[in-house]
Design a protein around this ligand. Structure first.
Ligand SMILES: C[S@@+](CC[C@H](N)C(=O)[O-])C[C@H]1O[C@@H](n2cnc3c(N)ncnc32)[C@H](O)[C@@H]1O
Length: 276
C-alpha cells in the first residue's frame, strides 16, 4: 500500500475506525502517515489494501491492537517541559503532604515508554531527600497507556543513550540508573512506586480508583473536542477533593470542563478541582 493508492472511501472508513477505537482524530490529508505507519504490518501479514485491513479489523482483536499501536505517537522525554515536575515537587507534594493521611495516588494517564511516571518518582525521591520527616505516606504512581508495546518498554525501564539524552541531567542519570548491558535501567527504588496498566482513555477508567494528581499530557491533542470534554469530565470525577490535573504544554482546559480552576505555579499552569 502506498499513500497514493489509498481511495478516499477507504481513507474515511479508516479515520472512523481510529476515532471509534481510540478517540484519535486523523486529519484529512494524512495518507502518507497511514501508509508509512501501517506499511510494514500490512506487508508482514500479506494485506494488500486498506479496505482488506478494515475487513479484518472487524473480527481480529489482536490486529486491532497492533494497528492502534502503530498509529499512536509515543514521543516523550524525561522531565518533559520541566515546569510540571517542578510544580509536582515544589508545590503539589508539599500541599498533599499536609493534607493527605493515606497514600498519595498519582496517575500518569498516557505514559508512553515510562519517562513521565519515572520522572515523577524521581521527583518524589528528591523531595524525600531534601525534606527531613519526608511524607507521612507512600506515593503510588499508576501509569497507563493504550499501546501494549510501549507499556512493555516502560515496565522494563531500560533505556539507550538516545532516550537517556532527552531531558536527563548527568546528576539524575548517575543517581537514578544502574547499568544493564550497554544500556541503563531505572533503579528499583524508583520503579517500586510505579505500576503499569493498559487503559484506553476512550473507555471507562473508573476502576482505577480515585487520585490526588492526574497527569494527562500530550495526548488530548489527538482527540476530538467531544472526546476531550468527556475525558476531562471523567478525570474530574475520579479526582479526590483538592486534587490536581496537569496537561501538556500545548493543551488547555479551554471550555471543555468547568470542574477545574487554574493555578499558576513554577512558571506554568496546572489545574485544581474546584470545591464542590
Ligand atoms: C505523545 S505521547 C505522550 C507521553 C507523555 N504523556 C508525555 O507527555 O511525554 C502520547 C501517548 O498517548 C497514548 N495514547 C494515544 N491514544 C490513547 C488513548 N485513547 N488512550 C490511552 N493512551 C493513548 C499513546 O500510545 C502515546 O504513548
Amino acid at each position: 500500500m502506498t499513500a497514493t493508492n489509498i481511495t478516499s472511501d477507504e481513507y474515511s472508513a479508516f479515520q472512523k475506525f481510529l476515532e471509534n477505537a481510540a478517540g484519535i482524530v486523523l486529519g484529512d490529508n494524512k495518507h502518507y502517515l497511514v501508509s508509512s505507519r501501517l506499511g510494514r504490518l500490512m506487508a508482514d501479514d500479506g494485506i494488500k489494501s486498506l479496505n482488506d485491513l478494515l475487513k479484518l479489523l472487524t473480527r481480529d482483536a489482536r490486529l486491532r491492537e497492533r494497528v492502534i499501536d502503530a498509529m499512536t505517537t509515543n514521543e516523550t522525554s524525561w522531565f518533559r517541559d520541566a515546569h510540571p515536575f517542578e510544580a509536582f515537587k515544589e508545590f503539589i507534594l508539599p500541599d498533599l503532604a499536609k493534607k493527605v493521611t493515606g497514600p498519595i495516588r498519582v496517575w500518569s494517564a498516557a505514559c508512553s515508554s515510562g519517562q513521565e511516571p519515572y520522572s515523577l518518582s524521581m521527583g518524589v525521591q528528591e523531595y524525600l531527600s531534601s525534606h527531613t520527616g519526608g511524607l507521612r505516606s507512600e506515593v503510588e504512581i499508576t501509569a497507563t497507556d493504550i499501546s501494549p508495546t510501549i507499556l512493555e518498554e516502560a515496565k522494563a525501564g531500560v533505556y539507550d543513550d538516545i532516550a537517556l539524552g532527552r531531558g536527563l541531567t548527568s546528576d539524575r542519570r548517575a543517581r537514578f540508573f544502574q547499568k544493564s548491558g550497554h544500556h541503563l535501567e531505572v533503579r528499583k527504588e524508583i520503579k517500586a512506586r510505579v505500576s503499569f496498566r493498559s487503559i484506553n482513555l476512550s473507555q471507562n477508567y473508573a476502576a482505577l480508583g480515585k487520585f490526588n494528581v492526574i497527569l494527562c499530557r500530550n495526548v488530548l491533542i489527538y482527540f476530538s473536542s467531544e472526546m476531550k470534554r468527556d475525558v476531562l469530565q471523567r478525570m474530574a470525577n475520579i479526582l479526590l477533593p483538592g486534587g490536581y490535573l496537569v496537561l501538556g504544554g500545548s493543551e488547555s482546559m479551554a471550555n471543555y470542563c468547568d470542574a477545574f480552576q487554574m493555578v499558576r505555579v513554577a512558571n506554568g499552569v496546572i489545574y485544581q478541582l474546584k470545591p464542590r
